[in-house]
Write a protein that binds this ligand. Structure first.
Ligand SMILES: [Zn+2]
Ligand SMILES: [Zn+2]
Length: 331
């Protein structure tokens, strides 16, 4: 079975968690929750907040979602084809009967502005660590020079004063550095992002006719869901979000994309999150290696024409390995 959205909801449930996601859809703020099949109509919704709950109590909240990604839920669209795999679907059912996809991802091409990326950087532990080190070192030097130049002697007691000074000033400096540094990193980030955006725009200008961007990102998201919620090595991952993508290159039917993923995971009874960079290669399934949707729930092997079970990967008649109906899949 390949019902990844169900597996995702099951993962949350296994940890005794539920999730309320808030979207901005047009001028409306709409909530979608994981614990009931809320038939909320979300068209081109941007994620604003994810609120993780346990026993009805909020235990973790996430913000800062990529505003370029717009989600349209199957039940809210009038499309009769699954956005992920292209199978015939009854949109009122809310999900694809084959792959379980419940929404479409539209990745808009627009520059996000440096503020978004600065916020992302400022939330990383590396940034915070650097700010702390800078603050403490500066506070130590200032305290040391002050005590050394004002006293006649320098003894153990003075050293204690230096350390107390370091702790007090360090705390104050931390806030100064934290925000001051963000001012200094803003420009380099802006320049770096503009370069990346230009490269991405160029990629889609060259390949946009041949690669359907929405299908590509919906497939990528689906493959990530499979990776996180069906794999064993990612058992403690509760949820993930595509935060950004940096490079994207193509070699024939293989597209390599470097993405920044925010993983929400469970450790020592607590919910935490980390940002990881991942290089992912997606391969386009050859037409004959994709099943053919022939209406309703019927699927057919494109190679030999045998009707087959959508969840069987190998054609019982000719032995062709199929990648369901999906176009792009992770290598
Ligand atoms: Zn589907
Ligand atoms: Zn066959």
């Amino acid at each position: 079975m390949q019902l990844s959205d169900k597996k995702y909801l099951k993962r949350l449930k296994d940890f005794g968690m539920s999730l309320i996601t808030t979207y901005k859809s047009g001028n409306d703020i709409v909530e979608k929750n994981s614990f009931e099949t809320l038939r909320t109509n979300i068209v081109n919704g941007i994620r604003l907040e994810k609120n993780y709950l346990r026993g009805g109590q909020s235990v973790y909240k996430l913000h800062n979602f990529d505003p370029r990604i717009k989600y349209t839920f199957v039940n809210a669209s009038t499309a009769n084809k699954c956005p992920n795999c292209g199978a015939d679907i009854d949109h009122t059912s809310g999900e694809c009967p084959y792959c379980g996809t419940a929404y479409n991802m539209d990745y808009e091409s627009k520059s996000l502005g440096a503020k978004y990326h600065t916020d992302l950087v400022m939330n990383t532990t590396t940034y915070k660590t650097v700010a702390w080190v800078l603050s403490l070192v500066t506070a130590f030097i200032i305290s040391y020079i002050y005590i050394k130049t004002t006293g006649r002697t320098f003894n153990g007691w003075d050293m204690t004063k230096v350390l107390v000074g370091t702790a007090l000033f360090g705390l104050a400096f931390y806030y100064v550095f934290y925000y001051l540094d963000s001012f200094f990193i803003l420009l380099p980030i802006k320049m770096y992002k503009e370069r990346i955006n230009a490269a991405q725009t160029q990629f889609w200008a060259q390949n946009g006719n041949d690669i359907n961007k929405d299908v590509f990102f919906t497939n990528l998201n689906y493959e990530l869901q499979k990776y996180y919620f069906e794999g064993d090595q990612t058992r403690n991952v509760l949820d993930f979000d595509l935060v950004d993508y940096t490079t994207i290159t193509r070699d024939g039917d293989i597209v390599e994309i470097e993405i920044l993923v925010r993983e929400v995971y469970y450790t020592g009874g607590k919910v935490k999150c980390r940002q990881v960079s991942k290089k992912i290669r997606l391969k386009r399934a050859k037409i004959e290696h994709r099943l053919e949707n022939v209406g309703g729930v019927a699927l057919r092997c494109r190679n030999c024409g045998t009707s087959m079970d959508a969840f069987a990967q190998v054609c019982p008649s000719c032995g062709t390995r199929h990648n369901y109906l999906q176009e792009w899949y992770m290598m």
